[in-house]
Design a protein around this ligand. Structure first.
Ligand code: GUN
Length: 283
């Protein structure tokens, strides 16, 4: 039987519709959620991502400001800008687009963002909150993945979730969120032995390794929910995920496509975090 295709684009739109409604209510109380995005340098992919964030803020009815800075911006200038955004009453969330130019220490800049405005949830404090289980802003892509799994109708509690990849941005935090949902969680990575056997025991398989079509049907337990975080550009110009979608389609019960799966969820969850930050800061 063919798997259910998890339509991330549609689900992200549903979430954004909810956010827009809630924003209208907040505006009635005199609060306008505000997001500041900072882009340093001329990386074309980053410019597209930042443009999408700006456009989505407008759709949500948010206040938004985008700071496009030259490549030569110094670390001190960037930290100073972050400091002024920390103090701004109209800005509830701050996002510094990564990667930054090589002469700037990313960790230092991320650490400069006020914890309650850290809508990427990349700071050590928010990462710690995630591990402890405290109420906090959740990292966007991992939170979007949990939302996608839940909306397949699967009850995550008690299931075996296998995460392939251990990055700070996706692998580690999504494993923590799955644990919070009471899954039994295994993290696999480049040094894992018998990865195929471990993956094939997963009720939920999340793949975030950045290698096109690395995971085929041999890694899939019949009926598994498969979430593909990879976005890889092939030589023919097409996009492919980390999962060999066509090969896995008849074995999984539900699977995300690339594009149109996890990708659209990240920006929807960023908007959700900005709204949440505004609500929390309003007291
Ligand atoms: N660059 C690529 N993805 C992201 C993201 O989610 N947040 C930030 N800050 N930079 C990125």
């Amino acid at each position: 039987m063919s798997a259910k295709v998890i339509d991330g684009k549609r689900i992200a739109q549903e979430i954004k519709d909810e956010i827009r409604l809630e924003t209208e209510n907040l505006k009635g109380q005199g609060i306008v959620p505000g997001l500041a995005v900072v882009l340093v340098g001329g990386d074309p992919a980053s410019a597209v991502y930042v443009g999408n964030k700006e456009k989505t803020c407008r759709e949500m009815g948010f206040y938004s400001e985008v700071h496009r800075l030259p490549e030569e911006t110094t670390e001190a200038e960037l930290v100073q800008l972050v400091g002024s955004l920390n103090r701004s009453d109209s800005v509830h969330g701050i996002l510094v687009q990564l990667p930054l130019p090589k002469h700037i220490n990313e960790k230092l800049v991320i650490d400069a963002i006020a914890v309650h405005k850290d809508v990427d949830s990349f700071s050590p404090q928010n990462t710690g909150n995630l591990v402890i289980g405290d109420e906090s802003l959740l990292p966007c892509t991992p939170a979007g993945i949990i939302e996608l799994i839940k909306r397949t109708g699967m009850d995550i509690s008690g299931k075996h979730a296998v995460v392939i990849g251990r990055s700070n941005i996706v692998g580690k935090p999504v494993a923590m969120l799955l644990l919070r949902e009471n899954a039994t969680v295994t993290i696999c990575h480049s040094r894992t032995e018998n990865m195929e056997r471990i993956a094939a025991e997963a009720d939920i398989l999340v793949v975030a390794i950045g290698k096109p079509k690395a995971i085929d049907s041999r890694f899939i337990k019949p009926g598994a929910v498969v979430i593909d975080v990879g976005v890889n550009r092939l030589n023919n110009g097409k996009l492919a995920g980390d999962v060999d979608y066509d090969d896995c389609l008849d074995k999984a019960s539900a699977i995300t496509p690339v594009p149109g799966g996890v990708g659209p969820m990240t920006i929807a969850m960023l908007m959700k975090n900005t709204l949440k930050a505004a609500q929390l800061q309003a007291g």
